[in-house]
Design a protein around this ligand. Structure first.
Ligand SMILES: Cc1cc2nc3c(=O)[nH]c(=O)nc-3n(C[C@H](O)[C@H](O)[C@H](O)COP(=O)(O)OP(=O)(O)OC[C@H]3O[C@@H](n4cnc5c(N)ncnc54)[C@H](O)[C@@H]3O)c2cc1C
Length: 291
């Protein structure tokens, strides 16, 4: 590893000022960054630890029921958060799949997002929850829908000097449920060949009033699946509805073949995982899934 300076930022202004120096990288848990520095993929001149910035370490339910999660909050802390478990179950599923317990103790939500891996487990769950990224920079604060945050592998809309402060998750309707599933060749310590998150809102008759589906590892960035969503909106919860949406999700993806799986295998997995994620949502809503 090349020599670099290390310091702790204690405020948002402090971090913005640090990012004004070229070659500065922010450090949260370091589970991606340190490995990238060891391999020579990243060669920072300076590393600035953001875990002392209060806004980045907070998890708050706002008075209107939205959830704001600081970017440096760890997967372990999120897995222990009762409100998140009850209202944002897909994210609860996802944070417990990241690496191992040791990795989860370090890994932050913001690091998972800003590393911008197409396979990042937390991202589809957040997109299914209509998450907004709150970004700080020299020009002030701005918000970006998370589905518009990614440009390509390792690339985001963050401009020079900007960083992620928090993620806002809007309050979900009363009859709403979400789920995240992924497939990995190994049970643990592996990244998703495909990941799928779904959220459905239903009315008293079991009609789906709103649906969000999002996928990981099937395109250069995590993606939303509008074709799948169109097959769900306004339909009754049923095995047929879910099967049609699951097949439609294949057309929302542009998977590649690589050393881990072929594009065809990934397409098959998309249909399986989207269907199962939708079934899991129905189960969480205590809904029968008729044929
Ligand atoms: C053994 C192992 C297993 C893993 N398994 C999984 C897995 O199953 N699923 C999965 O999704 N990931 C996995 N990962 C990847 C990693 O753990 C996650 O992506 C984690 O959430 C990254 O968070 P971090 O806090 O460690 O990020 P860091 O390494 O601290 O940062 C990652 C990147 O984001 C930038 N960054 C961090 N915070 C901010 C911010 N607030 N604003 C702007 N930029 C920021 C950093 O500069 C860096 O470029 C694994 C990693 C390891 C080492």
């Amino acid at each position: 590893m090349n020599p670099y300076t290390y310091r702790k930022a204690t405020s948002i202004a402090d971090a913005i000022s640090a990012l004004g120096q070229s070659g500065t990288f922010l450090l949260a848990g370091g589970t991606d960054l340190i490995a990238q520095m060891k391999s020579g993929y990243r060669v920072p001149a300076a590393v600035v630890d953001v875990k002392r910035i209060p806004e980045l370490m907070a998890v708050d339910v706002t008075p209107n029921g939205d959830l704001e999660i600081g970017a440096a909050v760890s997967a372990t802390k999120l897995a222990g958060h009762a409100h998140l478990r009850q209202h944002h179950a897909a994210l609860y599923d996802a944070v417990q799949l990241i690496g191992s317990l040791q990795v989860q103790n370090r890994a932050s939500l913001g690091g998972n997002i800003c590393n911008a891996a197409p396979s990042a487990d937390a991202v589809p769950a957040l997109i299914a929850d209509s998450a907004t990224a709150r970004i700080a920079g020299p020009e002030g604060m701005r918000g970006v829908l998370l589905e518009e945050f990614f440009i390509g592998p390792g690339k985001t809309v963050l401009d020079a000097g900007e960083f992620l402060v928090s993620i806002m998750l809007p309050k979900q309707p009363e009859r709403s449920a979400s789920a995240y599933l992924r497939f990995t060749p190994r049970r643990e310590m592996d990244i998703a060949i495909v990941g799928a998150a779904a959220r459905i809102d239903v009315d008293d008759k079991g009609t789906i009033t709103a649906a969000r589906v999002s996928l990981a590892s099937v395109a250069p960035t995590p993606v939303r699946a509008p074709n799948a969503e169109a097959c769900l909106n306004g339909e009754s919860v049923s095995a047929k509805t879910f099967a049609v949406a699951a097949i439609a999700a294949q057309s929302d993806a542009t998977p590649i073949s690589d050393t881990r799986a072929s594009a065809d295998y990934r397409r098959d997995l998309i249909a399986v995982l989207v269907r199962r994620a939708l079934e899991c949502c129905a189960k969480r809503l205590n809904l029968e899934v008729p044929a």
